[in-house]
Design a protein around this ligand. Structure first.
Ligand code: HEC
Length: 202
């Protein structure tokens, strides 16, 4: 009886280990170690920890005051990418399968004092970061998103946190089409990130 129990426990452990290895292997079909994760509905699960473990690539900024009060995204667009994808791009000039660009929106801190929305700090006249206000993500997965040049686009809310835990792929006309029509290279506005993607000379 005792031996049967031990044998059953051992078997269960082997089965569990096998399942874990299989899950890990299937994740490794991506070329990155921080992988996109999908729920049972095929929605992208919002990645955690990007602020301290991903690479910060830059902050395009389109304030309302410079856009007739009607900027689509009146915030800083803080763009992050996984470290593996960053290194792969530096080495090969290509974004690997599983690359995620995460864009966190960040408002300016106070209303502008000048017509262009700028105001003054002891450092000078300018724009200063305030509350975060939304997350958008682009994922490279040539199997899931073959129809939109291998990238899928996701919106986790355009408002103060908390953000949605998962999001479905946005319709092509909402996101992908503008990237197809206008992006610099492989659906990404990479020219804005090149200054950071380029290693500093020693
Ligand atoms: C009208 C064109 C347009 C539409 C529509 C659009 N984008 Fe973009 N997107 C841009 C531009 C331009 C940039 C880079 C400059 C910036 O952020 O202002 C960008 C950057 C991004 C980035 C950072 C990586 C990159 O490709 O540079 C992500 C992520 C992103 N967009 C996601 C989305 C999502 C999700 C949607 C739909 C909800 C969307 N975009 C809709 C034009 C667009």
């Amino acid at each position: 009886m005792k031996y049967t129990l031990i044998a059953a426990t051992a078997l269960a452990a082997v089965v569990t280990l096998g399942a874990a290895v299989t899950a890990q292997e299937s994740q490794n079909t991506y070329g990155v170690s921080i992988v996109p994760e999908w729920n049972e509905k095929g929605e992208l699960i919002r990645p955690k920890g990007f602020r301290h473990t991903w690479v910060f690539l830059g902050s395009p900024f389109t304030p309302n005051a410079l856009n007739g009060g009607e900027a689509g995204f009146p915030e800083y667009h803080n763009v992050y990418v996984q470290p593996d994808a960053f290194h792969a791009y530096r080495a090969t000039g290509k974004w690997p399968e599983g690359t995620m660009f995460l864009k966190e929106l960040q408002l300016t801190d106070k209303p502008g004092e000048e017509e262009d929305g700028s105001r003054y700090e002891v450092s000078g006249r300018g724009y200063f970061p305030g509350a975060v206000n939304g997350i958008d993500i682009a994922v490279k997965d040539s199997k899931r998103f073959a129809d939109t040049q291998n990238w899928g686009y996701f919106n986790f809310g355009h408002h103060a946190p908390p953000y949605k835990a998962s999001a479905p792929a946005a319709p092509a006309e909402a996101c992908a089409q503008c990237h197809i029509d206008n992006a610099d290279e492989d659906m990404v506005y990479v020219d804005f990130y090149k200054p950071i993607l380029t290693p500093l000379p020693n």
